[in-house]
Design a binder for this molecule. Structure first.
Ligand code: HEC
Ligand code: HEC
Length: 405
């Protein structure tokens, strides 16, 4: 009896101590002094993500964050009624349970249409100096207006979004609280501002790689440390460095003359944005993406053609650097990249206010594209029925990447 009691006391004390340690680590995000050469070299290339995710607000320009905006932005992020089918929300393609993207080659949007590009993660995207694979949106606020209107994504219009939101009285209150200075706060611009504030908190701090950067030499295993060293020695850091493991530049695949046309899917990338001013280097060039949490964000590249992270690393080495890594080095880099997985945002699933009689109904065209009455036994066959997947062909113009959003 006594022993059990003693054990319980010891366990409680251990738990309290463990809790304190964790608390200290959470609060103290500073870089500890160290003589570890690998840490010092890594610090000259990378930066850890702040432990407090609200630090993301500091990246916002012309958009003052508040708790009311955050709460509203979170609801709008999960709000399927912003789409014409009322089935698709930001979270459909940027799933916060799953690395902030959709695990599809290219995204599937309105009426099951396949979009032209792979969805990048929203995690840590507030650190991007420009948004999209071709950087055509300057910030998250400008970006958020794209998918709502894109024919292949949510297929709505600003007027539609406002009609939906104004038909739901609770949203009137929520917008008033979030934008107290505005006489008519339900605007498309404010929708985007609120979503941006929420997205700014979607950071993934405290990965083992970040713990290493902060000075904990034991946070990485031997193979991960070797991978980090190869990553820096091979100049992957030329395009993947800084807080988000990206230099933010646009790079064509054929830097070394090795054409990887199979990866480009006929998409002109940055040149599609800069148009007549496009330089030679912008032809088929794409933004170097973040490599944080990369084990979650397959398939890879703007085309989503490569599923295997080993293969993506090998392609990078030959296409961007003109060097072939050994199998061992590839394994080491992959191990290192996996150590960048951080703590996923803890988002309490929002409860959305109910529709009213005035709320527009889901687009009947989308509903009709679905099978009318399917016997449970026949359901599996229906998926392969061409008529169901056909709607993609009915809006061909919308699949043009730059026109899409
Ligand atoms: C149908 C799927 C789909 C939906 C719905 C969708 N997105 Fe996206 N998102 C994409 C794709 C695909 C891209 C890349 C497009 C490109 O680069 O041309 C993208 C790009 C982004 C980016 C840029 C990230 C980067 O690293 O450049 C952000 C941020 C983002 N979306 C946020 C949102 C928000 C916020 C919403 C809701 C308002 C939303 N998305 C709705 C598929 C989707
Ligand atoms: C000259 C710039 C450059 C260098 C050097 C470079 N990369 Fe990249 N990286 C890019 C660009 C640009 C993309 C996106 C390509 C695309 O989709 O069109 C990319 C994409 C990736 C991806 C896929 C990310 C995703 O989410 O789709 C991985 C993994 C990657 N790089 C790893 C590496 C590694 C490892 C090295 C060093 C061996 C390296 N990169 C060197 C520019 C570079």
């Amino acid at each position: 009896m006594k022993k059990v009691y003693l054990l319980a006391v010891v366990m409680t004390i251990t738990a309290i101590l463990a809790g304190c340690n964790k608390g200290e680590q959470q609060q103290d995000g500073s870089l500890k002094e160290t003589k570890d050469e690998l840490i010092l070299e890594a610090r000259s290339n990378f930066e850890p993500i702040p432990l407090n995710v609200k630090e993301g607000y500091k990246q916002l320009k012309n958009n003052e964050a508040s708790d009311a905006k955050y709460e509203l932005g979170k609801m709008l992020y999960f709000e399927p009624r912003l789409s014409k089918s009322q089935l698709i929300s930001c979270n459909t393609c940027h799933n916060l349970s799953f690395g902030g993207d959709d695990y599809q080659k290219t995204s599937i949007g309105h009426g099951w249409q396949a979009g032209p590009r792979n969805a990048p993660t929203v995690l840590n995207s507030v650190y991007n100096t420009a948004q999209f694979w071709d950087g055509r949106a300057g910030d998250l606020k400008e970006q958020a207006k794209g998918p709502i209107q894109a024919g292949v994504e949510m297929a709505a219009t600003p007027d539609y979004v406002i009609e939906v939101l104004k038909s739901i009285p609770q949203y009137g209150e929520l917008f008033k609280n979030a934008f107290p200075g505005d006489s008519d706060p339900i605007t498309f611009d404010n929708v985007a501002s609120a979503i941006e504030v929420f997205e700014a908190t979607l950071l993934t701090p405290n990965s083992r790689f970040d713990q290493f950067l902060r000075g904990d030499s034991n946070a990485l295993t031997d193979i991960e440390k070797k991978g980090l060293k190869v990553f820096m020695d091979q100049s992957c850091t030329g395009c993947h460095s800084g807080i988000n493991l990206t230099s933010e530049g646009y790079h064509p695949f054929q830097v070394t003359g090795t054409k990887n046309e199979n990866l480009l899917a006929g998409d002109k990338g940055r040149a599609g944005v800069t148009l007549e001013e496009a330089t030679e280097d912008e032809q088929f060039a794409f933004k170097a993406p973040t490599l944080r949490n990369i084990e979650y964000t397959a398939p890879y590249f703007h085309s989503g053609i490569v599923w295997d992270l080993r293969e993506a690393v090998a392609v990078m080495s030959s296409a961007q650097l003109g060097s072939d890594l050994t199998e061992e080095q590839i394994d080491q880099i992959v191990a290192f990249l996996k150590s960048t997985t951080g703590e996923m945002p803890k988002v309490e699933y929002p409860i959305l206010p109910p529709s009213t009689i005035n709320t527009p109904k889901p687009d009947p065209a989308v509903a009709q594209a679905a099978p009318v009455a399917v016997e449970p036994a026949a359901a599996e066959q229906v998926v392969t029925e061409p008529a169901v997947t056909e709607p993609a062909a009915t809006e061909p113009a919308a699949t043009e990447p730059t026109a899409a959003q």
